[in-house]
Design a protein around this ligand. Structure first.
Ligand SMILES: [Zn+2]
Length: 69
């Protein structure tokens, strides 16, 4: 097994015509639920994204806007 290496940047391709699938229950996700994470002093520390059907977390981030473009 050899790692593929490149110096080319990773390009984000916007695809609003493709519906994501939950990696846990494999349901189509035309919408995804997001919940704000709360820090120790009530300060938002980011967001957690989860499947509306099985409620399993699909990812997290510090912002959900803006998406480029
Ligand atoms: Zn799911």
């Amino acid at each position: 097994m050899s790692a593929r290496t490149t110096t080319a940047p990773c390009i984000a391709v916007r695809r609003d015509d493709v519906v994501p699938i939950c990696p846990h229950c494999e349901a189509d996700l035309p919408e995804i639920h997001v919940r704000k994470l709360r820090g120790p002093f009530g300060i938002g520390r980011g967001f957690v994204f989860f499947c509306p059907r099985c409620r399993k977390v699909t990812g997290s981030g510090t912002q959900w806007y803006p998406f480029p473009g």
